[in-house]
Design a protein around this ligand. Structure first.
Ligand code: GUN
Length: 294
């Protein structure tokens, strides 16, 4: 079997187009959605992410602010900035880039963000709302995965979904979203027994562990839909390459459809961040949530 490639680049460009149309519609009412991103310290990977977020936010027609604070910034100073952004009516979305320096309490900072502006969906209130099936802000990467799965499979109800990885950012919210779609959900992780067998039971296999090519093709059920969230930088044949958590070449021979790395889930994350910012802005103005896919 040769699998279908799920093209996150083209899919995310569709989502960004819809966001841009939504933003243009709001402009007619004199409303401009705005996203504030806060970066503490000089982590090079985070700086690249933050720059890309700013560029794509402006491309969608939204207002964008970047707050760069030195690594030695105190927690109280960061909390004061979050408080200022919470109170600013021009700011509809707030994202504090993680990881934060070790001397900071990341949970306290995230939980200081106004939940209505928490476009990451990491605030404890949004986690609880998602877990109880109520309207919330949904974390961007799992939301992107869900949009691609719905596009590929339509109704997901009754399907066996296995999520490998139990992080708060991807694994757990992904499992909640799939449960919300009436999938039968298993969360597997480093201590799972018979991981190969568990993976082989999956109609939907989501890999989010951060270990390069950990999942080989013979762990994949023939015809399964494979979503690879991993972005791992490795040295191979004398050059740096980005690879996923799934061994793409062997898995692509078995799966029904699979996301590549790069060009799969990655581009969907920022698209969903923009979508969440538009959603937050609509809610702040008493308008219905925007449609993200057509
Ligand atoms: N660092 C890596 N991914 C993310 C993300 O999705 N949100 C935030 N806030 N920080 C991150």
């Amino acid at each position: 079997m040769t699998s279908t490639l799920i093209d996150g680049k083209s899919f995310s460009s569709g989502v960004r187009g819809r966001v841009a149309s939504g933003v243009a519609g709001l402009a007619a009412r004199g409303i401009v959605p705005g996203l504030a991103v806060v970066l503490v310290g000089e982590d090079p990977a985070s700086e690249v992410y933050v720059r890309n977020k700013g560029i794509q936010t402006r491309e969608a027609g939204m207002a964008s602010w970047e707050h760069k604070l030195p690594a030695e910034t105190g927690q109280a100073e960061l909390l004061a900035l979050v408080g200022k952004l919470n109170a600013d009516p021009a700011v509809h979305g707030i994202l504090v880039q993680l990881p934060l320096p070790a001397h900071m309490d990341a949970e306290a900072v995230i939980n200081a963000i106004d939940p209505a502006k928490d476009v990451d969906g990491f605030h404890i209130l949004n986690v609880g709302l998602l877990g109880t099936g109520q309207k919330s802000m949904v974390p961007c990467t799992p939301l992107g995965c869900l949009l691609m799965l719905r596009d590929r499979l339509g109704d997901l109800s009754g399907l066996n979904a296995v999520v490998v990885g139990r992080s708060n950012i991807v694994g757990k919210p992904m499992a909640q979203l799939l449960l919300g779609e009436s999938c039968t959900v298993t969360i597997a992780h480093s201590r799972t027994k018979n991981l190969a067998e568990v993976c082989r039971s999956a109609d939907i296999l989501v890999a989010a562990v951060g270990r390069p090519r950990m999942i080989p093709g013979d762990w994949v059920k023939p015809g399964a839909t494979v979503i690879d969230v991993g972005i791992n930088r490795i040295e191979e044949d004398g050059r740096t390459r980005l690879v996923g958590d799934v061994d793409f070449d062997s898995a692509a021979r078995v799966a029904g459809a699979i996301t590549p790395v790069p060009g799969g889930v990655g581009p969907m994350t920022i698209a969903c961040l923009l979508a969440n910012t538009l959603t937050a802005c609509c809610r702040a103005n008493g308008l219905p949530d925007p449609e993200l896919v057509g």
